[in-house]
Design a protein around this ligand. Structure first.
Ligand SMILES: Cc1cc2nc3c(=O)[nH]c(=O)nc-3n(C[C@H](O)[C@H](O)[C@H](O)COP(=O)(O)OP(=O)(O)OC[C@H]3O[C@@H](n4cnc5c(N)ncnc54)[C@H](O)[C@@H]3O)c2cc1C
Length: 367
């Protein structure tokens, strides 16, 4: 049976007959909010979205899907389930929106000292494959790879800014978009419904990205937002078949354009680019190649992460009309489709929550 989000668009509800009544209010329309909107529309629900139209993290993010974590040489969290789900969701969304935002790209991992032996020791799983690159030095003499290279083949890039645009185009006639900053003190939680300003709904879901740190209802979750910076550079002579990864990554965009990223900083949560990050990125690039380049731009965003490095999706432990979808961290493109599908199911069927993503794991004051 096809997944329910692949159902024909004719199952969609008409635009609000009364635009003050929704089934669900979604706060935040970045990657998380847009995917959840899609999953809930597929269930025939009426959606109102409140967003101040920033989505800076989703617009800045590189959108690389890598099944492996190179630092530990382990598989990414639940990748066997998440990867095929993400692939199908993006392919179906590309088809439905007649747009392109998925780019298959292998990853070339430049080994550090001893990494080649560690790479051999970790078992290669047939379905999430790793291999070694033979003749890296011969084929790409301008890439500094004295200890050799590994290859990941099941990786791809999702242009998350374009994905967001495509989903927005799809949702525009079906969703009541309210373009403003959500203010928690305007929310009324009643037994039978929630009321925000003049919108009445059965429930509200917060998909606020790193801004969730200001959410008074979910402040028991230990959010650990992480600033990240990237550059767009122009470089001729560099291959464009692989994302090159060492201390930084070099992601080919086509026509000699590359994204160079990214940094991790926990103690500066401004969304402004910095000189320190520029120096770090350039130092990382110069470890990869001496090819000449010019910097075209630099951007910053804040990854929405949680202390235990797991996403968070579920119902508030005390208010059963309040929900959250957050903590996509540095792997939003991989996690968002599966997690929003999971949450849409939780909201419509009364399934047992998955303890690994349930906000309850942080809630210690239950009587
Ligand atoms: C430098 C960098 C590189 C990255 N690279 C990758 C990568 O290679 N692969 C990958 O998978 N992921 C990557 N990511 C992470 C990925 O981009 C994020 O996980 C994802 O975009 C988070 O989406 P989100 O919807 O949770 O948050 P956001 O995109 O921040 O969206 C949240 C939305 O909620 C709105 N909002 C919040 N509060 C309110 C309010 N009170 N009222 C109204 N609106 C509100 C915001 O304005 C915004 O529009 C990267 C991130 C960065 C910064």
């Amino acid at each position: 049976m096809p997944p329910d989000w692949l159902n024909s668009p004719s199952a969609l509800p008409d635009m609000f007959p009364d635009d003050r009544r929704a089934d669900v209010i979604i706060v935040g329309y970045g990657l998380a909010g847009a995917c959840l909107t899609e999953m809930l529309l597929r269930k025939g629900l009426r959606i109102a979205v409140i967003d101040n139209e920033k989505a800076q993290t989703t617009k800045v993010g590189a959108g690389i899907i890598n099944p492996w974590i190179f630092r530990h040489l382990t598989l990414s969290w639940r990748v066997r389930e998440l990867l095929p789900f993400a692939r199908d969701f993006y392919a179906a969304t590309e088809l439905r929106t007649s747009s392109k935002f998925v780019y298959p790209l292998k990853i070339m991992r430049i080994f550090g000292q001893d990494e080649s032996e560690r790479w051999d020791r970790v078992e290669t799983n047939g379905d999430v494959h790793r291999s070694k690159m033979i003749d890296a030095q011969k084929n790409f003499p301008y890439i500094k790879a004295v200890f050799g290279c590994g290859v990941i083949e099941q990786s791809f890039r999702v242009d998350t800014a374009s994905l967001l645009n495509s989903l927005y185009g799809l949702h525009l006639g079906q969703v009541h978009f309210i373009r403003e900053v959500f203010q928690a003190d305007k929310l009324l939680i009643k037994e039978s419904e929630v009321v925000y300003d003049h919108i009445y709904a059965d429930s509200i879901v917060f998909c606020e990205g790193h801004r969730a740190i200001d959410n008074p209802y979910f402040n028991f979750i230990p959010f650990r937002p992480v600033k990240g910076e990237l550059m767009t550079i122009l470089m001729s002579g560099m291959q464009e078949e692989y994302i090159v990864n060492r201390d930084v990554f070099l992601l080919p965009l086509g026509n000699g354009l590359f994204r160079l990223g990214s940094t991790y900083l926990w103690d500066d949560l401004t969304e402004e680019p910095t000189e320190a990050a520029a120096r770090q990125l350039i130092a990382g690039l110069e470890k990869i190649t001496d090819l000449p380049y010019s910097v075209l731009s630099q951007e910053a965003g804040i990854r929405p992460a949680v202390a235990d490095r797991r996403p968070v999706a579920g119902c508030h432990p005390e208010f059963n009309r309040l929900w959250i979808l957050n903590g996509l961290g540095a792997r939003g493109a991989l996690i968002a489709p599966w997690l929003s599908h999971y949450l849409a199911n939780q909201m419509t069927y009364n399934n047992d929550p998955d303890p690994e993503v349930d906000p309850l794991r942080f809630y210690r004051n239950i009587s």
